[in-house]
Design a protein around this ligand. Structure first.
Ligand SMILES: C[S@@+](CC[C@H](N)C(=O)[O-])C[C@H]1O[C@@H](n2cnc3c(N)ncnc32)[C@H](O)[C@@H]1O
Length: 470
């Protein structure tokens, strides 16, 4: 859904849902109905290994949890597969059926990191934002107390905000600067690898060649694999084993020195940089849920809000297999680059979450569930892609080429408002693409990019008509 453009602008809150859930005393254990198996978990969630050894979690709270997303609609199975949002009553045009005040995680593309506000995604037409949050770790970019050459005093090594309130909001939602330092750590390593390449062109060329070879080898293996799902699971397991092996070669004292690890960290490209920052956002929320709810370290409402979104996140649709089948180079990118980068360089507090089942699940859910962050009102009419953000409770709206719901973005807030009167049990749909004014073939082709054949009422009607005319 990254290509979704914002429809226009206005404002209510999922926090009321959180309050309702708390009020009703709906704890995980009391939410019980259909059993859905998914592959996301946190180290504190009860887990069961599957036949392939993949860690899975029994999510028996699925149906009641999803029916609490909105008082206007329920999430139910659709005729064409998967789930969708269906009106509980007749609803009038203009009704706000859902609203999320903040994403669970977001990521900004590197070229825009100084121009798009980390908190509200405001873009000041290319001007560098004035409010900067730098590292507090004084040259330390790892769990260890070892300095790296990318110095904290380097002014480009910062998170950028459009205003003091936006910066304060980020700080208030952080815990012990963990999120800030984790994001700056990625930035620092990215800069470091760019600098290294500048000074050692020969080594850079050798690395690039080895990279291409590894990528091609994996692509060929994938093409020959009889069971693609099993092959992909194996590659994730191998990635974990390889990381453990490389780390085990270092004595524990050596491991604490970041300079001994730096040569193990793979060079990442800008897409991988974006994905890593997005993953860190979700890992940070998992850490916060597991450590702050129990220990009451943080303001309960923000933790509960994210905690609920995290529970919903577990239920989102995965599509990493389709994505890898279409773009085979991604298996190398996910396992040997993104995973390895995270495993070797992530701060200690987030390390327990860096296991294949969690990282694979986060990556697998990102493409079809995340919302693109785009520029609005560019003078030349073009839109810039700034990054993407995830609002799990808003990820059950399916696409229709005749949508009845508009998506309104106000800062980081996202609102869903009815553009038509609708009847009870009608499905509430948004527009994912940029082609609803085009013919059937173009619309289908456009949505195919998002790994599905559109089966909305309009497409089905037009397909039937076309078939009848043949
Ligand atoms: C954001 S999710 C929507 C919720 C999803 N149906 C579920 O069960 O989790 C997007 C995915 O829903 C399915 N989908 C959305 N709109 C559709 C449509 N018009 N026709 C067929 N499948 C659709 C596709 O699999 C797509 O990748």
């Amino acid at each position: 859904m990254w290509n979704q453009f914002p429809d226009n602008d206005i404002s209510s809150d999922l926090s009321t849902l959180v309050d309702d859930l708390i009020h009703l005393g709906l704890q995980k254990s009391s939410l019980c109905s259909t059993t859905i198996t998914t592959t996301i978990t946190s180290p504190t969630t009860s887990v069961v290994p599957s036949a392939e050894g993949e860690i899975q979690v029994e999510v028996d709270e699925a149906i009641p949890l999803l029916s609490f997303i909105s008082s206007h609609f329920s999430v139910k199975p659709t005729k064409y597969g998967g789930r969708g949002c269906f009106a509980d009553t007749d609803l009038a045009q203009g009704t706000i059926v859902h609203e999320c005040s903040m994403p669970l995680s977001s990521t900004i593309a590197r070229p825009f990191r100084k121009e798009v506000c980390e908190s509200c995604f405001k873009f000041l037409y290319g001007k560098t934002l004035k409010f900067k949050l730098m590292s507090r770790m004084n040259n330390q970019y790892n769990s260890t107390s070892v300095s790296t050459s990318a110095s904290a005093s380097d002014s480009s090594l910062a998170l950028y905000f459009c205003s003091q309130p936006c910066m304060d909001k980020f700080i208030a939602l952080d815990i012990d600067d963990l999120y800030r330092e984790s994001l700056l750590n990625v930035e620092s390593l990215f800069i470091k690898s760019l600098n290294q390449c500048q000074y050692d062109l020969k080594r850079e060329k050798q690395q690039e060649e080895a990279e291409i070879e590894a990528e091609l080898k994996l692509e060929n293996e994938l093409k020959q694999a009889k069971d693609i799902e099993l092959f992909i699971s194996q590659k994730w397991k191998e990635a974990e084993i390889n990381c453990q092996l490389q780390l085990s070669k270092l004595k524990s004292k050596q491991r604490k020195n970041f300079n001994n690890l730096i040569h193990l960290i793979p060079k990442i490209n800008e897409n991988e940089y974006m994905e890593i920052k997005y993953i860190i956002g979700i890992l940070f929320q998992m850490y916060k849920r597991d450590n702050c709810e129990n220990n009451k370290l943080s303001s309960s409402s923000s933790v509960s809000l994210f905690s609920l979104e995290l529970q919903i996140f577990q239920l989102l649709q995965l599509n990493d297999i389709e994505k890898i089948c279409k773009y085979p180079y991604l298996i190398h990118s996910y396992t040997n680059k993104i995973y390895k980068f995270l495993k070797i360089s992530t701060l200690e507090k987030l390390q327990p979450y860096i296991i294949p089942s969690i990282i694979r699940s986060i990556i697998g859910k990102s493409l079809t569930n995340a919302f693109g962050i785009w520029s609005i009102d560019e003078p030349d009419g073009n839109k810039e892609f700034f990054g993407y953000s995830l609002y799990p409770s808003a990820s059950f709206f399916n696409h229709s080429c005749n949508p009845n719901l508009i998506k309104i973005k106000k800062g980081a807030k996202i609102i869903f408002k009815l553009s038509k009167n609708i009847k009870k049990n009608e499905e509430l749909c948004i527009n994912y693409g940029n082609s609803i004014n085009d013919d059937l073939e173009i619309r289908q082709k456009d949505l195919k990019e998002w790994f599905f054949d559109c089966l909305c009422e309009r497409c089905v009607e037009e397909m039937n008509l076309k078939n009848a005319q043949k």
